[in-house]
Design a protein. Structure first.
Length: 225
């Protein structure tokens, strides 16, 4: 979590230290602010690196609600509100303003850390499932294959066969193993159907087709050379 930064905003130094110590044990980078005005300043200076804010409600100079409103004008960074109040109306008000989580004091620091980790996991942008195998790029979500930036047309079986080969790169795979994993166990046809599919895939991959190596007496292996 060393690449994850949390801004702790609370006017009580002891509270900041308590939260900081527990989060630091998990490897979080910590920024601090003792009041609302300082919070906005720290946020503005570090907006691109702050991944989550723990924001106290009752603070001098500028309360948590005001800080929340201003931050929400420009950012959707996850925010957990910390408050000594436990009134339902306050919680509803916070959610209307864009609060992601609401924790009433006193709280268990371990529970707070768990909430922080859960929110970061939930709000983390999903990485596109693209993998590059020596210029052959496979999009697992879109089930597409591109070679040197150009998308190539593949049947579902060709795609699944290529995917199985690259997922097991550098491993010699027997025809029976390929049949069992790509065609499944209910296939009773000739294993030579694999050979014809491999031939088509190699042709479609062009120069990259050489990555699919024939292993005599066994089957095939995908290896980037």
């Amino acid at each position: 979590m060393s690449d994850t930064t949390v801004l702790i905003v609370d006017d009580e130094a002891r509270m900041r230290k308590l939260i900081k110590d527990f989060l630091a044990q998990k490897g979080f980078e910590i920024l601090e602010a003792a009041d609302g005005e300082e919070a906005l300043k720290v946020f503005e200076e570090n907006q691109n690196k702050i991944n989550l804010i723990l924001l106290d409600v009752m603070m001098p100079k500028l309360d948590g609600w005001s800080v929340l409103r201003q931050i929400r004008q420009t950012s959707k960074v996850p925010i957990i509100m910390l408050t000594a109040r436990g009134e339902e109306q306050d919680e509803l008000f916070g959610f209307e303003l864009g609060v992601d989580e609401y924790i009433s004091k006193p709280f268990s620091p371990k529970i707070l850390v768990a909430r922080v980790e859960a929110i970061l996991k939930r709000t983390k942008p999903e990485e596109k499932k693209l993998k590059d195998y020596g210029g052959i790029v496979i999009d697992a979500e879109g089930r597409t294959v591109t070679v040197d930036g150009k998308q190539i047309e593949m049947s579902l079986r060709e795609y699944e066969l290529l995917k199985y080969l690259v997922d097991n790169a550098n491993i010699a795979l027997s025809r029976d193993k390929i049949l069992n994993n790509v065609w499944n166990y209910d296939y009773y046809g000739d294993s030579r159907t694999i050979d014809s599919h491999i031939k088509k895939i190699r042709h479609k991959l062009g120069k990259k087709g050489k990555y699919i190596e024939t292993i005599r007496g066994i089957g095939y292996k995908f290896e980037i050379k």
